[in-house]
Structure formats: structure tokens, C-alpha cells
Design a protein. Sequence first.
Lengths: 299, 398
Amino acid sequence: MIVFLQQLVNGLSLGAIYALIALGYTMVYGTLQLINFAHGEVYMIGAFAALYLAKWTGVEDNPTIPGVLLVGLGAMITCAALGMAIKRLAYRPMRRSSRLNILITAIGISLLLQNIGLLLFGAIDNFPDLVPQAQWEPVAGLMLRSNDAIILGTTLVLMLVLHHIVERTQLGRAMRAVSHSRDTAAMMGIPVDRVISLTFAIGSALAAAAAVLVAMDKHVITPQMGATGGLKAFIAAVLGGIGNIQGAVLGGFLLGVCETLVSGYLASTYRDAIAFAILIAVLLVRPAGLLGRHTVEKV
Amino acid sequence: MVAFPSLLAGFLWGCAGGSAPEVKEIVVGQYGSLTGAEATFGISTRNGIELATEAINAAGGIGGMKIRMVVEDDQGKPEEVSTVVNKLISRDRPVALLGEVASTLSLTAAPLAQNAGIPMISPSSTNPKVTLQGDYIFRVCFIDPFQGTAAAKFAYNTKGVRKVALLKDVKSDYSQGLGQFFTETFTALGGQVVGEESYSKDDLDYKAQLTKIIATGPDAIFIPGYYTNVGLIAQQARQLGFQGIFLGGDGWDSSKLAEIGGAAIAGAYFTNHYSTDDPNPTVQDFIKKYQAKFHEIPDGLAALGYDAAQVLYMAMAEVAKDPAMAAALGDRSSVPATEPARKKAREALRAVLAKTSGYAGVTGSITIDENRNARKPAVVVEVLPEAGKYKFVESVAP
């Protein structure tokens, strides 16, 4: 039972990261029906942005709570700008092209960013210990790590903020309108282009937050980290129903817990195989994902 | 303006394969992970090889020809290895290939070298299957059955470990093989393997597997993996409350290990190819030269890269004693008529490499056996907190 609780904590903290990244995939898909394959690389650049910010501001040597928050916010702003730039420079010129062309552009941007990362940042870097790490052992065998608390707490706060933006603000209403029907929204006077830009910005900022949390906890950051992290998060978004915000969160946590329990109770050798078999099974029963709505394409 | 036509004429003449006197070189191809999660492997190996190449070129080369090393980056990815090795073989037409560190990558490249009839020396792939790919594939390091046995004996006899858990890289031939050989010896000695789990190379989170392992109460965790994963695993295991010993193999050898693993990895033990504490003048001389050029302590991969290149150059010098052979070694043309001569030279090189015996390398005396492996001793070292520093613990004879 104690081991199960420990695995649950492990799974939730892994899933929180998947969920944060998955939100970016799902929000962009919701407004643009585009799978933004460059999102994983935005996440990677978030980690390096935080690293260099921490170095330049001196937070690395003298970490204070406001300093660390500033580094995190700085990384989020950098990635928000990067997300908007990608949308403006790569996707907007393609908006009259077929969806396949835009998809291939997205893959191209992803490879481009990964290789620029390799060129600029080198093969691997070590993220400093910004927050002192501590463990508590409330019951023998159950280790609660301060990092897990930070990861889960930050994720929760960011999700509440996102929920507020989407449900309670004018921008959120505009986003929902664009996601419902881009043409109708444009006719109602909604600045569709700006709304899409801001969607990219918010999604990218969340990916940066995930990157900072991972980098703080694991310390190892590489230009390739976006490829794996992005893939898993994309799967989480599909599992929850791509385009649906609650779905991305649910999918992220489910995938994290599922992977952890498969490793912990079945065989870690077949972790990915079993986790993906579950994904396929879910999609067979619910083709639009857990919370996704099946829409009929009108011709 | 006047120079232009003559330059152009010279260029065209050169293209037509005219008999302009050109400086002949011997081309050797090298492929390694210069970037990616095992980047220090590729970089150290390249540095070691560079040191050997510079020395031989400074001494006049081989048969009056300089060695030209063509290096390709495979990013540590199996799908990249075939591309870069094919590129090397078809574009640069090398007389020999040097690479890789990771066994999975050497296993991918070996059939390509074998089919092309190009001798390949892996400096540091320890999985036994590598050289079994064909008679053109060699290595200058020991193999995993020996390394796994050495680690198991050290764990059981020296450290008194009785219960051990394994955490292996699911896609690495090196990790799977070393894990298996360790298990065989450890259980034969009377020890017990209480858990066996796997991870993927790209994973950052190992807490699920570690939680399961720690619940079985092992004295030690054996991690036959590469340094990035090992550093992360050690950290997370300590965070989850594991207090036992970490053990591993030569895949740990990188200055990044202590950087990533921090305090968690200090005090861990692994089997390696050489120790910087070795008073042998060959070793100390190599360390001094390497430090002067690259400003860091050479790890085992650098030493093996150096030894692999030395063994290759010695064999080349032997082949180049015959002037016809020497000319064929330096011939890079793609003219079909001269291919039999080039092929004969590479075959001669292969034959000389197979007879390598008692070469006094930095990583010990190298004798190539009937399976084209090197029989050498291994050392057990303890990881110190400073990056790239290890303490010699014991030497294990083959």
C-alpha cells in the first residue's frame, strides 16, 4: 500500500509535466486545427532560456525565491515570444496552403530548432540547483520530495490561471469562439489572427513552465529533450481529446500514472508498449479521445 | 584576371585525372557520438585518436604519406550511424574505420564495413557480438563477459554484497549483455538478484522503477548504462531513500557523471579500462600529452581511442613496407581497374591487425585473439566527488 502511494506520487508528478506541455498542443489544435510539432522544441528552449537567465542574473549563485520566480517568468515570456514568432514567421504565410503543407512546416521548424539548439547550447548542460531539495518520510517507505510538491503546486496554480483566462476573460471567450468557428468569429469582429497569436503565446509559456520544473528537478537538459517530452505530451493530448483543455490535463495525468504503474507493477521493459496499447484501446472505444467531441466534417 | 584562365585550366586538368604530382594521403574514417546524450564518449575518443594521428604525422607519416582522419558525427543514434558510415565508405573511400563506443552503434556499422571489406576497429564497444559480425571487425578493449564477471566478483567478494537489483537500458546491447553476464557470475557466487528493471535512454524519470527496486531491499544497484542515465538514476534513488551501493561498468566513464549525479554518485564503483593513478610511464606520458593539448584528464574512452589508432597505424606501417601496398593504401581513386590492388592492401591490413600481439598500450597490453577481441586486465575505480576523478581500487586480471 505504501509502495502504491509512492508510485501514485511518482506518477502524478510525471503526469503534471505531460499535462502542462499537452495544453500547448491542444490549445493550438483547438484554434488552428494544426498539430504544432515544434511545441516540443519550444519546451526545450524554455529550459535553456531559464538556464541562461539564471546565469546572467546571478540567480544561479545566489538563488532567492523572487529570483527563481523571475527566472521562471522570464523563460515563460521568452517562450511566449518564440511561440508567437513561430506562428507569425512559419505558419501565417502558409495559412492558405493545405493542412498537410502546414504540418510538414511544423516538423521542419521542430528539426530546425533542435539543430539550432545543438549549435548554440551544445550537446548537454547541467541546470543549477535553484531550489534546495528536501524529503519527508511521513510513513516508513513513503518519500515525499519537495520537488514533487513544487511541480504539482505550480501545475495546479497555472491550470487555475488558464481556466480563469479561458472561462472568465474576453480573450478566453474570443479563443473559444475562434475554436468553434474561425470564419464566424471573424465575421463577429473578433481579431482572429491576434487571438491565435495569443493562444500560441499561452501554450508556449506553459511549456516553458514545464521545462523549468523538469530542469530544476532533473538538472540534465539537452537540445533533444523536446523530442521525447513533446511526443509523450502529444499522446496525452490525443488521449484526453485533442482540442479539449480539460482533456489535455486528464490525458497528461492519466499517461503519467499509467506509465508509472505499468513500470511499478507489470514490467518496466514493456512500459511504453503497454502504455501505448492502453492508448490504442481508449481510442478504439472513443475515437475523439476521452473528453473530445466527435464532430462531423461538413462538406 | 590573368590568373583566372590558368586556374580554371588547372582545375579542369585536375578533374580529368591528369598526372599532376599530388601529395598522397592515407584516409581513415571515424564515426562517433560528438553530440547527443553520450557526447563525451565521441569527443574523448576523437581527441585520443587525434593525439595519435598528430604524433604519427609529425614523425613523417606512413610510407611517406600523412594520415588524414575524416570524422563524422552519428549523434549517438542507430538510425544516423548507417547514414554516416555509408557516406564515409562511398565518399571518402577510407582504408580503415575507427568507431564506435556504444555497442549498439558498432553493431549497426560493422556489417557495412565487413561488406565493403574495410577493416574496422572499435576502440571501446564491449558487447561480444560486435566482432562476431565478420573477420574485418576488431576491438582493442575487453568484452562484457569479462567485465561483468569482474564487477560481480568485486561486489560479492570485496564489498560483501548479497542482494542486488539491476536497472538496464532496454534498447542497448551493451547494457543488456553486461547485465546478463553480471547476473550469471553473481548468482553463481551465491548472491541473489532481487529485482531487474529497465529504462529508455531518453527517460528523465526513473522513480517508478526505483520505487519498485528499493521495496525489495537490495544492498546494491547494478546499473550497466551510460553516464547521463546513471547520474540521474543515482540522484533519484537517493531521493527515494536508497542507502546502498551503486555499481556499474565502463559506460560510466565521463566527467559528466559526477556533474550530473552530484553527491549521489560519489562513492560508487565501476569497472574501467585504465586508471589515471597507474604509475606506468606509458600511461603517465599519455596523460601529460593529452592534458597539454585538451586541458582535461583523459578518460578511458580517450585512452582507448589513442590505443585503437596506434594499433591501426602500426599495422599500416607493416603493410606499407611493400611499396606496391603502400601505393594502394594512398590510392583514393574510384577507378575500377585499381580496386583489386586497394582491396588487396586492405586485406593485408586486416591480416596484420589480426596478428597484433603484446602491443603496450595506455590501457594495457593488447593482444588480438581469434575472435578479434583484446585480452586485457580491467580496473575497479571509485567515483570521487570532483568531475572526472576516480580512485583506483583494484585490478582484475583476465
